[in-house]
Design a protein around this ligand. Sequence first.
Ligand SMILES: NC(=O)c1ccc[n+]([C@@H]2O[C@H](COP(=O)([O-])OP(=O)(O)OC[C@H]3O[C@@H](n4cnc5c(N)ncnc54)[C@H](OP(=O)(O)O)[C@@H]3O)[C@@H](O)[C@H]2O)c1
Length: 359
Amino acid sequence: MSPMHKALVLHSKDAGKFVIEDRPTPTPGPGQLLIKIYATALNPVDLYVQSSGYIVDAYGFPAVPGCDGAGVVEALGEGVKGWAQGDRVLMQGHWVADRGTLQQYAISDAVRTTKIPDDMSFEEASTIPLALATSAVGLYHTISESGLDGPMGGIELTPPWEGGTGKYAGQPILILGGSSSVGQLAIQLAKLSGFSPIITTASKHNEAYCKAAGATHVIDYKDVPYADLPAAVTKITTEPFKVVYDAVTVDDSQTAGWTILAPGGDMVVTLPPKVGQRERSEANDGKRVAFTYGSIHLPMNAEFGARMHKALPGLLKDGAIKPNRVEVCGSDLSGAFAGLERLAGGVSGVKLVVRPHGI
Ligand SMILES: NC(=O)c1ccc[n+]([C@@H]2O[C@H](COP(=O)([O-])OP(=O)(O)OC[C@H]3O[C@@H](n4cnc5c(N)ncnc54)[C@H](OP(=O)(O)O)[C@@H]3O)[C@@H](O)[C@H]2O)c1
C-alpha cells in the first residue's frame, strides 16, 4: 500500500473550494480500523460545512469531507478482535481529516463499523450510516446538553435492538419527507418499532419508494400544501399522533408537524427548530421538540452509536434496514465536484455516491 492516497480537501470555509490532494495514509490506533473506501455517499452537510465552517471550525483545517463510507478493512489497530483484512463494511465519516470518507482510506472505530451482507454493494451500503444514525438518534436517544447547537438528541423511544421491536403497535406516526435519505431510514425504523399507520409526505413520483420502505400512506405535499395536512391526516386516522419526525424541517413542514402532534407528544427535527421547545410545558400542551444530531462521533452519541452498529449486521441481513436508491457520480473521486453541485440544486429520492478508487 502506498504511504499516500487521494483525498478531497477543504482548506478554508466561505470561498473555500474542494481540491483533490495527496495526503498521508494513517495507521489505525488501538480499537480502530483503516478502511479502504470504495463508495462514499454525499450529504447536504458536506455543502453546509464548506460555506459555514460548521463542525470543522472546532477541529481545524485542512478538512476532509464525507460522512458516509463503505469498503473493506485494510488494517487493524492494536487490540481489535473479530475483524479481518478484507471484511466488507460500512462506516460513518467525520470531518476530522483522517475520518472523512471522501478519500481513499479512512479511520473508523471498530465498535462503530458494521459488516455488510455479501449481496449488498458498497454503493448501497454507503447510503446508510448518517441517515440511519440521524433517524435513530432522533427516535431513540436521550437529549444531551452538549450538542453542537445547544441541547440535541432524541425522544427516548425504546430502540428495536433493545427490546422495542413492535412496541408502538397501534400508534400512528407522521414522517415528513419520506423520500429523503433520512426520511427513508426513519420510515424503516418506524416500521420496526411497530407504528401504524406510517404516514409520510413526498412527491407523487416517490410514492412507491416510500411504500417500499414501509410507509402506509404517502401524501404529495405539492397537491396538499402543508397548511392542509392536518385535515388530510385526519381522513386517514383520528388516533392521536404522539410522534412526528420531520426529516425536511422547512418552516411549513415544522408548523404542520407541530400542529398535528397530539398533547404530550414528541416531534423530532433535523435542523434547528423554529417551533416548540425542548421542555414540556402547559403552554405547549405538554409537547416537546428534539433536534437530532446524526454524528455518532460526538461523545454524547458515541455509546448509542456503538450499540446501534452492534445490532446493524442482523438488521441488514434481515432486510429490515435497506439502502437508499443510488446514483453514481463520475468515475472516481473527482465525481464529487459535479455531485456536490447537483446536491446543492436538490435531489429527489436518490443518494448520490462517489467511488474514490474509481472501481
Ligand atoms: N441533524 C442532522 O444530524 C442531520 C443529518 C443528516 C441530514 N440532516 C438534514 O436533514 C434534511 C434531509 O437530509 P437528506 O440527506 O435526507 O436530504 P435529501 O435526501 O437530499 O433530501 C431530498 C428529498 O427531500 C424531499 N423534500 C424536499 N422538500 C420537501 C418537502 N417540503 N416536503 C417533503 N419532502 C421534501 C424531496 O422529496 P421529493 O423529491 O419526493 O419531493 C427529496 O427526495 C436536510 O435538511 C439535511 O441537512 C440533518
